[in-house]
Design a protein around this ligand. Sequence first.
Ligand SMILES: *[C@@H]1O[C@H](CO)[C@@H](O)[C@H](O)[C@H]1NC(C)=O
Ligand SMILES: *[C@@H]1O[C@H](CO)[C@@H](O)[C@H](O)[C@H]1NC(C)=O
Ligand SMILES: *[C@@H]1O[C@H](CO)[C@@H](O)[C@H](O)[C@H]1NC(C)=O
Length: 181
Amino acid sequence: MAPRWVLLLPLLSLVSAQELNLRTVVHRNYNMSKVSGVWYSISMASDDMTRIEENGDLRVFVEKIESLDDGRLKFSFHFMLLGDCVEAAVVCQKTDKNGKYTLDYKGNGTVLLWETDYRLYVTFYLRSVNNGTTTQVLALYGRFSELRPSFRARFEKICKRYGLGPQNIIDLTGQDQCKRY
Ligand SMILES: *[C@@H]1O[C@H](CO)[C@@H](O)[C@H](O)[C@H]1NC(C)=O
Ligand SMILES: *[C@@H]1O[C@H](CO)[C@@H](O)[C@H](O)[C@H]1NC(C)=O
Ligand SMILES: *[C@@H]1O[C@H](CO)[C@@H](O)[C@H](O)[C@H]1NC(C)=O
């Protein structure tokens, strides 16, 4: 009999090969415990590219998201610092609006869960105001380290709503130097 993993492998690639299914996309009344778990950074966008390009302070790779019992949302990340992989966590405070959080990092930040299907992808929006300067950042995370192009196309559309074009978007697939694939 074939070892079990021979049967498992085609199953896994089948899941990660799934296309975006608009009927499963949620825009409100999120169940945050379903957003919890392991995620991978797929794409990021910003109106300040220095923050997400190499050595940018917001060029971070997500590892997992946890919805804490008190309603706060915790992001665990890693990033490169002087050639080393550094782990960091950020905890966002809940607001009275479902899917909306505040973040105290280099200014006054607002984090919005823009949309998700829980199972394959999630899109977050961050607006940060520091000393009168506003910075916008969008992030596309996947349950797998790669997603089909249809997810990236939808991310581009969302970015456009915030005035961000293709020149503002970076692809993080395969860019993680602290790989855990
Ligand atoms: C939210 O999701 C969790 C985990 O899937 C589930 O146990 C819980 O019943 C859900 N809550 C609501 C209000 O649907
Ligand atoms: C954050 O907002 C508060 C209240 O509006 C303001 O007093 C403070 O200066 C802001 N901080 C920054 C870094 O912009
Ligand atoms: C805040 O902005 C003002 C006006 O642009 C500038 O003069 C000041 O140095 C800035 N302060 C900080 C802490 O960056």
